[in-house]
Design a protein around this ligand. Structure first.
Ligand SMILES: CC(C)(COP(=O)(O)OP(=O)(O)OC[C@H]1O[C@@H](n2cnc3c(N)ncnc32)[C@H](O)[C@@H]1OP(=O)(O)O)[C@@H](O)C(=O)NCCC(=O)NCCS
Length: 218
């Protein structure tokens, strides 16, 4: 993910040992005793990566518990994001004074079923996809971009966003995307200066779609 984010964001990608690394007590309590092995590995890799990213910023590598809605609780003065999918995991952390929010998402690069695609993509997005080269499963890129959008939106605004609440435009040449948030969601956001437009970067390689975005400090 390093290639998709500005240098003010510290990024750590999981190595083999990280999936079986150490959790802090507060994190283990969030995971619970009944988590299946795959969930335990994903959660652990995310926390180990988060601490490595904190250390890279010169911050103490403290616990990152999960809130009741499962969003990570970053230490005061920091923002961050975690993603994991089938053997890939990454975390990113930045100082809040430099970045308002950071989000990233990794997904398998594969075709979405017609039903899932309808839930994710707006007609305008389908129209753009129809004009793009066919060597990429573009709906998977739109899906990942929207998950990234939610990961910058939710920590700042605190409200739900449906997949049809963001209109994603891809620029395959530049490897960038923009997401326009539905004006109604922006208007009802209970914070000052909710993001109406999110810009980010994407990459498709080695069977993975990766997307990432930041919100600038206001
Ligand atoms: C929260 C969500 C975006 C996570 O994405 P995902 O592809 O399922 O899973 P990922 O592995 O990429 O990310 C999971 C991590 O996201 C983080 N996360 C969970 N809820 C979050 C939230 N509300 N805000 C920010 N990050 C969140 C957690 O760190 C989680 O990992 P952990 O449980 O091990 O700590 C997704 O499950 C979801 O609820 N999507 C629906 C909302 C949405 O995306 N709307 C589209 C708006 S345009």
């Amino acid at each position: 993910m390093r290639d998709l984010l500005p240098s003010t964001v510290a990024v750590a990608v999981a190595a083999e040992d990280d999936w079986t690394g150490q959790l802090h007590e507060a994190e283990a309590a969030c995971l619970g005793d009944r988590a299946v092995e795959s969930r335990r590995r994903d959660f652990t890799a995310g926390r180990v990566c988060a601490r490595r990213a904190m250390a890279a910023l010169g911050l103490p590598p403290v616990a990152v518990p999960a809130a009741a809605d499962r969003s990570p609780v970053w230490p005061t003065g920091t923002v961050g994001t975690i993603t994991h999918t089938h053997g890939y995991c990454a975390a990113a952390v930045a100082r809040r004074e430099e970045i308002r929010a950071v989000g990233m998402d990794a997904e398998q690069h594969r075709e979405l079923s017609a039903g899932v695609r309808r839930l994710i993509c707006l007609p305008e997005e389908d129209e753009q996809i129809a004009r793009l080269p066919t060597d990429v499963f573009w709906p998977a890129v739109v899906f990942s971009a929207k998950e990234t959008v939610y990961k910058v939106w939710h920590p700042v605004v605190g409200t739900w966003l449906d997949f049809h609440d963001a209109l994603v435009r891809l620029d395959p040449e530049a490897g960038t995307f923009t997401a326009r948030i539905a004006p109604a969601r922006v208007a009802e956001a209970p914070v000052d200066h909710p993001p109406a437009l999110v810009t980010g970067r994407f990459a498709v390689e080695a069977g993975l779609v990766r997307t990432a975005a930041t919100l600038a400090v206001r």
